[in-house]
Design a protein around this ligand. Structure first.
Ligand code: DQQ
Length: 473
């Protein structure tokens, strides 16, 4: 097993394949994470639901597989993604049973505090896709309670039209009435155009005065996750904008959110691999869960995304740097390095002397042969993870990952970076996130540097921590 690239503080199964988070719930104080799992090898295959429990959403303990395909049943070819709800004090999973390449809504429930799940004998509970639509794909669920009733969204792809989410109503989770599409892919008033492909794993919830609909757009590859912000009333959703939720290609996909007992909405997503299938199979494991994230809206109504505060519990040895200037076209090594780190860096607002590009380099070998660059370009207003020199291994993706980041007048660059062996999560100014993978080959590719090019950059402060692993020895 490849332990060098294996994350130590991001969740992943003991071995083999994992993708989407499923059935997220805090039940009687304990967090439960179910997940799409192929227990046989480190590639996607016959989907089972893996299961883990946690007291704090950070430290996890593995549990036995919770759902496996039933031969001859509606999920005989896989137990695909689904969510958890609680009905009359009983946790119920709504998931997609896969049979003969079609997915249908199924239920499973637990009467032993989620030690085991029993499949509902009347599965599937929605035996057919909506009539009158030429659907290329149809699956995945978001279920919520509204008034006295249950509502459900299912993801779909309508031929020649685009991605869609269909709305359903039920009094008891078993009989569902289809109410038509809540949203169909179309250009929005601000000119942004949601991708026309399958919308997987819809995640729909209120955020302040608004509603947010997250869809995972299956473009073949790379995939991406986007969100709509808009208003929802009387079972109508009017989206105002569509944006990428994370700029990492396939780095953060099929996310699912839930509300914990403290009332916080928390989302986790699947962090996919970015190396060849052969490298993945050889390593013996594939896929990780992102750190938990929370959402808010800033004063201008923009989406803010931050790591869940509970992650701070992992902090170990600390390293601080006071205000300093990073000289033009230089890079400055820090006295902290490692493969499991958190780095926070706050830069002063830019002026005309400020470097065009500046930021932080991570996973640097001493001679610079391997390095990953987190770069802000103040002329292009872009934040990027440059992976070109991230690895000497030719079997891994070295494409730059990034997207727009417009800084406000008087606003400096603010970076919060998580490095966990091959998993990188970058939160920039709370509103731009890049999750991606890097696979350095050298054991000494553990350095952290500050850099500036085309001018200087003023660092206000830097704080870094070694992060502890989440598993007992
Ligand atoms: N993964 C599941 C599907 C879902 C996809 C299958 C998204 O239910 O659409 O493993 O990654």
């Amino acid at each position: 097993m490849d332990l060098f690239h294996r994350p130590v503080y991001h969740f992943l199964p003991p071995a083999n394949w994992m993708n989407d988070p499923n059935g997220l719930i805090q039940w009687k104080g304990t967090y439960h994470l179910f997940y799409q799992h192929n227990p046989y090898e480190a590639q996607w295959g016959p989907m089972h639901w893996g299961h883990a429990v946690s007291p704090d959403l950070i430290h996890w303990q593995h549990k036995p597989i919770a759902l496996a395909p039933t031969p001859g049943g509606p999920d005989q070819d896989g137990c695909w993604s689904g969510v958890a709800v609680v009905k009359d004090g009983v946790p119920v999973m709504v998931y997609s049973g896969n049979r003969d390449s079609k997915q249908r809504a199924c239920l499973a429930f637990s009467r032993d505090d989620l030690e085991t799940l029993q499949k509902y004998p009347g599965n599937p509970v929605i035996p057919d896709s909506p009539a009158g639509y030429d659907l290329l794909e149809y699956r995945d669920h978001c279920v919520w309670r509204e008034g006295d009733a249950w509502y459900q969204l299912m993801g779909a792809w309508i031929k020649d039209v685009g991605g869609a989410v269909f709305l359903y109503h039920s009094d008891e989770l078993v009989h569902w009435k289809e109410l038509g599409p809540l949203l169909v892919g179309s250009s929005l008033a601000d000119g942004s155009s949601p991708a026309a492909e399958m919308w997987e794993c819809p995640d729909f919830f209120s955020l302040g005065e608004q509603h947010m609909l997250v869809v995972s757009v299956n473009t073949g590859a790379p995939y991406f996750t986007g969100y709509f912000l808009g208003t929802y009333q009387d079972r109508h959703f009017i989206p105002k904008l569509f944006r990428k939720l994370d700029y990492g290609d396939s780095g953060f996909y099929a996310p699912q959110s839930f509300v914990n007992e403290a009332g916080e909405r928390i989302q986790l997503g699947w962090v996919g691999e970015a190396r060849s299938l052969q490298a993945q199979l050889e390593s013996g494991w594939a896929g990780a869960q992102s750190l938990p994230r929370v959402f808010s809206l800033d004063a201008q109504g923009r989406l803010e995304i931050q790591p869940y505060r509970g992650i701070d519990i992992l902090r170990g040895e600390n390293y601080c740097l006071p205000k300093m200037t990073v000289l033009p076209d230089s890079s400055q090594a820090l006295d902290i390095g490692g493969h499991a780190l958190e780095v926070q860096a706050e830069f002063a607002p830019a002026d005309r002397h400020t470097a065009v590009e500046y930021g932080v380099k991570i996973c640097c070998s001493p001679d610079g042969e391997e390095e990953t660059t987190i770069c802000f370009n103040r002329e292009l207003h872009r934040i990027e993870v440059v992976r070109q020199n991230s690895s000497l291994d030719k079997r891994v993706s070295r494409q730059t990952q990034g997207g727009p980041l417009e800084l406000d007048e008087g606003e400096g660059l603010s970076l919060r970076v998580y490095i966990d062996h091959s998993v990188i999560e970058v939160f920039a100014n709370r509103r731009a996130v890049i999750t991606c993978r890097v696979y350095p080959t050298r054991a000494d590719s553990r350095g952290v540097r500050l850099f500036a090019s085309g001018g200087n950059a003023v660092l206000k402060w830097l704080n870094a921590w070694r992060l502890n692993k989440i598993w007992p020895d």
